[in-house]
Design a protein around this ligand. Sequence first.
Ligand code: UDP
Length: 240
Amino acid sequence: IRSGAVHRRYLLKLSGEAFAGGGGLGVDPDVVHAIAREIAAVVREGYEIALVVGGGNFFRGAELQQRGMDRARSDYMGMLGTVMNCLALQDFLEKEGIETRVQTAITMGQVAEPYIPLRAVRHLEKGRVVIFGAGMGMPYFSTDTTAAQRALEIEATAMLMGKNGVDGVYDSDPKLNPDAVKFDALEYGEVIARDLRVADLTAITLCQDNKLPILVFELLAEGNIARAVKGEKIGTLVND
Ligand code: UDP
């Protein structure tokens, strides 16, 4: 366990892609329901789970920029997209009987609380799942970087990165190269030197500077979230 971190508290980053299921765009309720069931199971076991939710299933600022839009404005669209994912996840978690709070970095009082770190921690201590939306509220950042920052601020033990269709970090893209080799463990420096795309560089260096371990694993395999929080050997662990 990381020094200063809270035992059994984890930050789970879910990419927007996962929410879309096979569709690529929008939200697939069946997939969100399945993810919610897995999260609910570990919360019932006494783990404290905070979530950062991506928005790539709606908009990515950099992609809209390439198609002629202003970068900052399209980043705000990206951030707003994450909030829809948060609400979908909140709904299915509540249906599982889990209390939840959504906190957004862009205030929108009718749908979510504002991001208030100490309050988020209180929610976690009470067994509620906290879902962080709208990234950091700042253009030019990613939800990966948000996840690292939130994990640090709430003193999570590790950042768990649930991926869609890949069970860890490989030396080349396993979807393109059948001989790609999976790493069980990596150091931050190797991730950066080999440009391994675990997360964006801003996120990786933030984790490195603060010794926050990152576990990259397949999100949609049944039981994997439980395996991740229990420290079983799945995926790829990025550490010092
Ligand atoms: N975004 C941003 N600032 C943040 C977080 C996100 O501007 O702090 C925008 C950015 O445009 C990004 C989009 O929101 O492309 C969706 O987030 P991300 O691409 O990280 O989602 P994921 O790839 O995890 O689905």
